[in-house]
Design a protein around this ligand. Structure first.
Ligand code: GUN
Length: 280
């Protein structure tokens, strides 16, 4: 049986480190505050936003939330961002994705001041990550780096295979693993011989959004398997992109769903909002 990577436990460790950092800043008279913008009533987004606000409260970051109706215009969102960019009391701005279809997501993300872009989605921060200069790093992939580090897994020289090429996970994940000196392969829906490539991975990171797609036949014995999926199985139960029951007997390490990568995203958002400029 693989060793379980406990994201709940590791995220709590990080949240406590952030809490200490925030309280030291408070002693110096510096308060941190996050503005969260949610447009529409997507139930999953509502849960994420609620958890982000609760996380802020836990670590001592003030949060302001802007919950706007589905028919809010692009112009209204852009002018709210302009106002928050200019507000000295706000140091982090987060627009929950996805946005309603009539709104241009890229245009909205581009409007956020990169210095307040705690999601790390602005092209300036994406560029910083890609060339290795300081900036905010996307929370889910950075959370995966912390899962590896706090589990004592060294990626240097290892073959890391990432399935998924999204801007939020796959692409920043590849840059972060390069920074850890791993050899990186990115696979996606058009990849030929996916299974054979995955079987060569020392570290397999799965972010495809298809319930239980990766079973033991994709996994090299002893590999580290990180499951970024948040799917529903045939009975409507929460599960990942990895078939946990099948893979757990082959892998060396595995993250569960829930309780693996999920809790890390919020922990890293809180880290970014607290400055994101100190070692964890
Ligand atoms: N939607 C899904 N994941 C994320 C995330 O990490 N940040 C934001 N803002 N929206 C998301």
């Amino acid at each position: 049986m693989a060793e379980l990577i406990d994201g709940k436990k590791i995220s709590l460790l990080i949240k406590d480190e952030v809490k200490d950092h925030v309280s030291k800043l408070k002693e110096e008279g510096k308060e941190k505050a996050l503005a969260v913008i949610l447009v529409g009533e997507d139930p999953a987004s509502q849960v994420y936003v609620r958890n982000k606000k609760a996380g802020c409260e836990y670590v001592g970051i003030r949060s302001e939330s802007y919950e706007l109706p589905e028919d809010t215009s692009e112009e209204e969102i852009l002018s709210l961002i302009d106002r928050l960019n200019a507000d000295d009391k706000i140091n982090g701005i987060l627009v929950q994705l996805p946005l309603p279809k009539h709104i241009d997501e890229d245009k909205v993300l581009l409007r956020i001041d990169p210095k307040k872009d705690v999601d790390g989605f602005h092209p300036v921060n994406v560029g910083n990550l890609s060339i290795g200069t300081p900036g905010f790093i996307s929370c889910t992939p950075n959370g995966i780096i912390q899962l590896l580090k706090k589990s004592g897994i060294n990626a240097e020289g290892k073959h890391c295979v990432i399935i998924g090429r999204s801007n939020i996970v796959g692409k920043p994940m590849a840059n972060l693993m390069l920074r850890e000196n791993a050899t990186v392969t990115i696979c996606h829906s058009k990849t030929v011989n996916l299974k054979e490539i995955c079987k060569t991975a020392d570290i397999l990171i799965v972010a495809i959004g298809r319930a239980k797609m990766v079973d033991a036949s994709y996994v090299k014995p002893g590999a580290v398997v990180i499951d970024v999926g948040m799917d529903r199985d045939e009975n409507g139960k929460l599960c990942g992109d990895v078939d946990f029951e099948s893979v757990k007997d082959v892998a060396g390490y595995i993250t569960p769903v829930p309780g693996g990568v999920g809790p890390m995203t919020i922990a890293m958002l809180l880290y970014n909002t607290s400055g994101g400029d100190y070692d964890l």
